[in-house]
Design a protein. Sequence first.
Length: 364
Amino acid sequence: MRGGWLRLRRSALPILQCAIGSALAWFVAHRLVGHPQPFFAPVAAVVSIGVSFGARLRRSVELVVGVAVGIGIGDLFINQVGTGPWQIALVVGAAMSIAVFLDKGAVIPMQAASSAVLVTTLMPAQAGAASNRMIDALIGGLTGVVVVAVLPVHPVRRARQQAADTLCVVSAALRDCADGLHEQDADKVRSALLSVRGTQPGLDGLRSAVEGGREVSRISPLYWNSRPRLDALRAAVDPLDNAVRNSRVLLRRALTLIRDDEILDPQLIAVVEELAAAMRVVSRFMTAEPGESPDAVEATRELRRVAKRATKDLVEGTGLSNHVVLAQLRSIVVDLMQVCGVSRLSAIALLPPTVPNPYVPPED
């Protein structure tokens, strides 16, 4: 129940946009343009707005193209071969084939198929109906864009929250990893690894939210001033992804050394704990408003403390696993510094010198 209410609260404004957009699209197509049954207008508005906060302009174009293909193929076949089961199969197959040939996305084929089915079964075309349906789709798509411009979702807030949530998960996993190393508990480290692997959908959603936010900042005058922050967040997505991947490598190595009855230097485990704490600070920085604490300087300062501890004396005279854990720790610190706005070269320069890592594990 708690998760359901959280999802509903986060999607409240997109739902409101869809509700208003569909009603407005019907009103424009029916009352102002004069189409008697503008079915595709509200459908196009809902699809162009969407609940997923993605690229609306592209979806609007895809929907219009899909409707055009579906209606064109449907009208062509119905006029020639009539309606029936095999006619529906033929129309849907032809419409989707043409749509897939035109575009690799999912909207055009699905919309082409549904439009072709409607034309074939429930809404056989009358004179001029095909052009009216394409106009309805265009009205709905444009209405959706207007609604997003007038009632925009904040272009930065959702993406920042998704980034912070991902960092919280990884921070907790590193803390559990440190506990598992102290206790030689493979199950605890394995559970931490699984939780970090589960962040990939969140990272994919973050990329979608950033791209959707860029679109909102372009079409909505209310958020034109958010473009610099959005650009900074966009630049942080790849380093954040790298930090998560490097964390997975560290957790895999920790699980391996426990299974092999190896002992990690307690001082190195302490650095893992400090990195988890610093990552929580970076997570809070991601959601902090301008002028609030922690800011980028404070988050970077915490990461520098971790970097100063990640020195080569921690792995002198030790085996491969200690070197791998140290190398991944340093890589994660560099990635997180980039998330805070530090350039990669500057972040690397802040690390103390160390011996080269003899082996870099493949990414999962």
